[in-house]
Design a protein around this ligand. Structure first.
Ligand code: HEC
Length: 101
C-alpha cells in the first residue's frame, strides 16, 4: 500500500505539478481561443493596437485575464475574450505566455 501511494503521489507531481505540461496546454489554448490572431505568434504583436505579451510574467497575465473576466479591468474586446476562460485556462495561458522569451 505504501508503495502504491508513493507511486500515486509521484504521478500526480509529474502530471499536475508540472509547469511544462501547463505551458503546453496554454500554448494550445492561445491558438484555440484566438489570442494568437491579435497578440501574434509567440506573443509578438504585429499591430500596435494589440499589446505585446512576450516578456510579461505569469502573475501579470493571470491578474489581467482575471480582471478582464470579472470586469475589474474594462475593455470590450478583452472582456469578451476572457468571459469564456476557466480558471485552468487562465493559469495555463499565464504559464505559456510567461514562458515566452
Ligand atoms: C480581437 C483582438 C484580441 C484578441 C483575440 C485577444 N486580445 Fe488580448 N488584448 C487586445 C487588446 C486591444 C488589448 C488592450 C486592451 C486594453 O487597453 O485594456 C488586449 C490586452 C490583453 C492583455 C493585457 C496586456 C497589457 O499589456 O496590459 C492580456 C494579458 C491579453 N490581452 C491576453 C489575451 C489572451 C490570453 C487572449 C486569448 C484568450 C487574448 N488576449 C485575445 C486584443 C485582443
Amino acid at each position: 500500500m505504501k508503495f502504491v501511494s508513493i507511486m500515486a503521489f509521484s504521478l500526480s507531481v509529474l502530471f499536475s505539478g508540472s509547469v511544462y505540461a501547463d505551458a503546453v496546454a496554454g500554448k494550445s489554448a492561445y491558438a484555440a481561443k484566438g489570442c494568437i490572431g491579435c497578440h501574434g505568434v509567440g506573443g509578438q504583436s504585429m499591430v500596435s493596437a494589440y499589446p505585446v505579451l512576450k516578456g510579461r510574467d505569469v502573475a501579470f497575465i493571470v491578474k489581467n485575464l482575471t480582471d478582464y473576466r470579472s470586469g475589474a479591468r474594462q475593455n470590450g474586446t478583452m472582456n469578451a475574450m476572457a468571459a469564456g476562460l476557466s480558471d485552468a485556462d487562465i493559469k495555463n495561458l499565464g504559464d505559456y505566455i510567461g514562458s515566452l522569451k
